[in-house]
Design a protein around this ligand. Structure first.
Ligand code: AMP
Ligand code: MG
Length: 320
């Protein structure tokens, strides 16, 4: 039986409104992907540049045929391996997809999320849902319904699904001439993609073909600084000496080295569990940002596997 929540959210979407819903990556801010006027509201609510295309969310493979021109064998392999899950694929788009969804590009990004509430909602609506992350443009993505509430209050209908599992946005991939190109790093890693396709992916995270990667991203208001192991304690000590209120975003192990320092720590979990670190990253940025600190220091992570996606987000968040 359908829950009241799904029924109400469906009504809002069918009426051309916006719904914030949980996925396994981050919260999405969704509208009917086939209705330009509804999708338009996402851009104004987020103050998102209109050239930054959205991801279309589906619940069944059969929904692809209305959205894309064709699916290549390598894309089939990726779909079979990772859907439902945190992988977005970029396809040549069909004429049915409104221009506003694809930011004027000839391609469309599609993903099947793995969250039961998201899947149920899409099925209940009967149309695919276009949804970027549920945050004002440039801010850290919402990984808990409380973040969505803090960002938008009651201006949008909010589905409350607690904390999301991955906490990092989906990996965005386009297959071009039988080579996977990664436009955005995520919890499906380059290694995962090579294992499935047999081809080493090109990492192209500043691609002109993926406009979203050019914009300022994930940034807290408070200054954020990524520190290497070598300067970790010294730089923090110096900031404290200068009378700064210091926030620390670090693994349990790195935070332990700061015992006795007067700092506000957000613990990302053990360095042996990068999945957990990734899932807590935005919570940490959002929560430390609410504490009126002068500076937030975050430790560096090794740039392999999931560490690559984590460092990508941190470096973007730290750049001004
Ligand atoms: P968001 O929905 O905020 O997580 O961002 C969506 C991401 O997908 C952005 O980085 C976009 O640039 C990327 N994206 C969406 N559509 C396309 C597309 N057609 N081609 C390349 N990248 C895309
Ligand atoms: Mg986003």
């Amino acid at each position: 039986m359908q829950s009241d929540l799904i029924r109400k959210a469906t009504e809002v979407l069918q009426g051309g409104g916006l719904v914030a819903f949980p996925t396994e990556t981050v919260y999405g801010l969704g509208a009917n992907a086939f209705e330009s006027a509804a999708v338009e509201k996402i851009f104004s609510m987020k103050e998102r540049p209109s050239s930054n295309p959205l991801i279309v969310h589906i619940a069944e493979i059969s929904q692809l045929k209305d959205l894309v021109e064709k699916v290549e064998p390598m894309e089939q392999l990726l779909i079979a391996a990772f859907w439902p899950g945190p992988l977005t694929l970029v396809f040549p788009k069909s004429d049915k997809v409104p221009k506003i969804v694809s930011g004027g590009l000839k391609t469309v990004a599609v993903r099947m999320p793995a969250h039961p509430m998201a899947l149920e909602l899409i099925k209940s609506c009967g149309f695919p849902i276009a949804a970027p992350s549920a945050n004002p443009s440039g801010k850290p993505s919402a990984t808990h319904h409380e973040h969505v509430k803090a960002y938008f209050g009651d201006r949008i209908f909010r589905m409350e699904g607690g904390e999301t599992q991955h906490g990092l946005e989906s990996t965005v991939v386009q297959v071009k001439n039988k080579v996977p190109h990664i436009y955005r790093l995520g919890s499906v890693t380059p290694e995962d993609i090579e294992r499935v396709t047999g081809v080493k992916p090109v990492i192209d995270t500043r691609s002109p073909h993926s406009p979203g990667t050019h914009f300022k991203h994930y940034s807290p208001e408070t200054q954020l600084c990524v520190l290497t192991k070598e300067v970790w304690k010294t730089r923090i000590y110096q900031a404290l000496e200068h009378g700064k209120r210091v926030g620390i975003l670090a693994t349990t192990e790195s935070a332990r080295s700061l015992r006795g320092f007067e700092v506000t720590v957000f613990d990302l979990g053990s360095e042996s569990n990068l999945m957990e670190v990734g899932s807590r990253l935005y919570s940490g940025l959002i929560e430390l940002d609410q504490q009126k600190l002068n500076i937030i220091f975050v430790q560096e992570f090794p740039k392999t596997g999931l560490g690559l996606a984590i460092m990508d987000r941190l470096q973007r968040a730290a750049s001004r």
